[in-house]
Design a protein around this ligand. Structure first.
Ligand SMILES: [Zn+2]
Length: 704
């Protein structure tokens, strides 16, 4: 079954993945929000009734852990970040109809209601499981409180997610060699009773759901692998204080083997109440504007078109758990999931702890128009592709496309029309130009139905490029005296193209297009009109236009790069004195807590069992779908090896070929993200500094 094309006569809801309320936003974080905002505005341009909602994720162990470090309560900690996000998004033109948070009353109530319904419908059961526990601290270790080895791929993993290896969601008790992330103590497993959501009962439903699901290819294809095998039930409670209490009167008790607790601490797993915030936030929007303006219940329970815009690390939550939860609680299902690719900075991962980032505030403080960044983030690659940000590339795209194409066309056309005619010349739109604008509208409409924010932006920029060629070829400045009628015709066409660009480019560049719209004498706001306005006659009179975009000089790029380099250096020198929030384990580089030495000695024979060779990297490329993994081809003299290494974000892969490395050649083979790994490249520390040789060892020589 395929869905009816947009625009439909049903209400649509576009949601953005909730940001964890635990740290400053950098421009990498903004990619999803800008994407969601562009997509929402584009839907509305087609006349689609749409609500755009999100909220801050207040719960879960990332917030609890960081609050503990900061010495404040999780609520206080998360609320402060929530307020920061609420202020920051609109500064980038990201305008949610409602932006709530998961700890507000609406979400607490909605969550309890949904979980109660799941329970009543027979989708929840109790089970005794083994959970990680810190005996020294007398504390349970849910999710990020525990670290260990992934049972599927052997990578270091967090309690609920193999974030550096295979990317799987991990259930409590699955992680091997568990240790506490707070104290570093080895953890024990103890028995405790928890609630489980019967995801396995939804296997057939999910398989059909995925056939219907629209959106980016990664979000539609990746979940197949997860649901083809045995689908496991999902533990939906956690033994901690911070979160939403399990809704029924009867609290799950801990088992008799455990002294841990009295059971009163069991809260819902953060991934239960987080997506429910999408519903709660829509509900709050309805409460504010009235159900006659937007009916949240109709949208979520009957036949709404729900589009989730997320980062690709949470595809599984949105294509397996969430639709099963919605189904089990008698709600409708998502129509589409758009999952964005990863974003890097100058070829390497963003690192909040090393200050290796372009911060959202910093971008604005530099005086750049938010539309420039929106354009870059929305169109520098397909939504699901990885995108690299560099100031150099930013400058290039601003100068060539925004200034050179869009701005240049609009300014020269409108200025000339203003000077010669005081506005739009009195002539009919030529059929050639009408056809071209209609084509642009068709491209734009197709892009929306294809969930491509890049193509939606390109439709407008290509139209502006056409306008530039058109004015250049027809040279109205030479026609004014010789053939004024023809000059009027050409400029009439050009003003129409400028107006069409303001309409079609408005989702990507809302601020500058609003200016362009008023420059062509448009009534009201460009954000209130639909694509039909691209062909409605422009005003007979308008004022002298000004330029929409400014060129970025080369010196600015040097200056910005120098600032970034200085900051990273200062962060490295200053070690860990900032205590700032961290968005991942791998970027926690500055002052590592050194592991104690192994107490047991090994014999020389055991060392000799390790066949370590000098190698030379021949080729390095990222593995599609894996945030951290790279596929290396390494020459180890005797043969070439394909080796998977978790270094994608930490090194500029293009610069690796030619690098000498040390390879553990007789490590057993493994498969990571479907790619065979034959050996291990040795590296040290959280930044994966590669081991190499000083001197002329050649590939294949043995390490002794
Ligand atoms: Zn794994």
């Amino acid at each position: 079954m395929s869905h009816e094309e947009f625009p439909t006569d049903r209400p649509a809801v576009v949601t953005c993945g909730l940001p964890y309320a635990n740290g400053d936003l950098h421009i990498g974080h903004l990619r999803t929000y800008v994407g969601g905002d562009v997509y929402t505005r584009a839907l509305r341009k087609l006349g689609q009734e749409t609500a755009f909602v999100s909220g801050s994720d207040m719960h879960g162990t990332p917030v609890a852990v960081n609050a503990e470090e900061a010495g404040v309560s999780p609520e206080e900690f998360a609320l402060e970040w929530h307020e920061t996000y609420e202020e920051t998004f609109p500064k980038f033109g990201v305008e949610f109809d409602n932006y709530g948070h998961t700890h507000d009353e609406t979400n607490v109530e909605t969550t309890k209601e949904i979980v109660r319904t799941l329970d009543e419908n027979g989708h929840v059961y109790e089970k005794e499981i083994m959970v990680a526990y810190d005996p020294a601290e007398d504390q349970s270790l849910p999710d990020r409180y525990v670290e260990g080895t992934c049972p599927y791929c052997g990578a270091t993993a967090r309690g609920d997610e193999c974030d550096e290896g295979c990317g799987r969601h991990l259930e409590p008790g699955e992680i091997e060699d568990p240790r506490s992330t707070i104290t570093g103590n080895p953890a024990e497993y103890r028995e405790q009773t928890h609630k489980f959501f019967r995801v396995s009962a939804f296997q057939d439903y999910l398989s059909e759901f995925l056939d219907r699901l629209e959106g980016t290819a990664n979000a539609r294809n990746q979940p197949r692998e997860w649901i083809e095998g045995e689908l496991r039930d999902w533990c939906i409670t956690r033994d901690m204080d911070w979160g939403i209490d399990y809704p029924d009167g009867e609290e799950p008790r801990s088992s008799e083997n455990t002294e841990s607790g009295d059971g009163s601490d069991l809260v819902l797993y953060v991934w239960v109440d987080a997506p429910i915030e999408y519903v709660s936030s829509t509900k709050q929007y309805t409460e504010r504007v009235g159900a006659d303006v937007f009916d949240w219940e109709g949208a979520w329970k009957d036949d709404g078109d729900i589009v989730h815009v997320i980062g690709r690390d949470i595809i599984q939550h949105h294509t397996v758990f969430w639709p099963a939860m919605l189904r089990g609680a008698d709600y409708g299902e998502p129509r589409a999931v758009m999952a964005s690719g990863f974003i890097t900075l100058n070829g390497k991962g963003f690192s909040t702890s090393r200050n290796r980032a372009v911060w959202a505030d910093e971008y604005l403080d530099e005086g750049f128009d938010p539309d420039l960044l929106r354009y870059y983030l929305a169109t520098n690659g397909g939504f699901q592709q990885d995108v690299d940000f560099s100031w150099e590339r930013f400058r290039e795209r601003v100068n060539n496309e925004l200034v050179g194409t869009v701005g240049n066309f609009a300014y020269r056309s409108l200025l000339f029309a203003y000077r010669e005619f005081g506005g739009t010349p009195d002539a009919d739109l030529s059929s050639e130009v009408r056809d071209r604008i209609e084509d642009a509208i068709d491209d734009f409409t197709a892009a929306v139905n294809d969930y491509s924010v890049r193509d939606a932006g390109d439709a407008a920029v290509s139209l502006a490029a056409f306008g530039n060629e058109y004015i250049q070829q027809n040279e109205p400045w030479n026609l004014v005296d010789e053939d004024p009628e023809r000059a009027a015709q050409v400029l009439r066409d050009c003003v129409q193209v400028a107006k069409a660009v303001s309409v079609l480019f408005a989702p990507v560049a809302p601020g500058t297009c609003e200016r362009l719209w008023s420059q062509v004498g448009g009534d009201g706001s460009v954000h209130d009109v639909t694509v039909e306005a691209a062909l409605s006659p422009p005003a007979a009179e308008f004022d002298e236009p000004d330029e929409l975009y400014e060129k970025i000089p080369e010196e600015r790029v040097e200056e910005l790069n120098a600032k970034l380099a200085e900051r990273v250096e200062a962060a490295d020198d200053g070690a860990a004195d900032d205590g700032a929030a961290d968005d991942g384990a791998a970027d926690d580089g500055a002052a590592p807590d050194l592991e104690p030495l192994e107490p047991d000695r090994i014999g020389f024979e055991e060392f000799q069992d390790l066949d370590m060779r000098v190698g030379e990297i021949l080729d390095a490329e990222g593995i599609e779908g894996a945030d951290k993994l790279a596929r290396l081809v390494v020459d180890i003299g005797v043969e070439e090896r394909q080796i998977v290494a978790g270094i994608k974000q930490l090194h500029d892969l293009d610069s690796l070929p030619g690098t000498r490395v040390i390879v553990l050649a007789n490590l057993e083979q493994a498969e990571l993200f479907g790619v065979e790994s034959n050996g291990m490249v040795l590296a040290a520390g959280d930044e994966a500094a590669l081991l190499t040789t000083v001197g002329d060892a050649v590939p294949g020589e043995r390490v002794r």
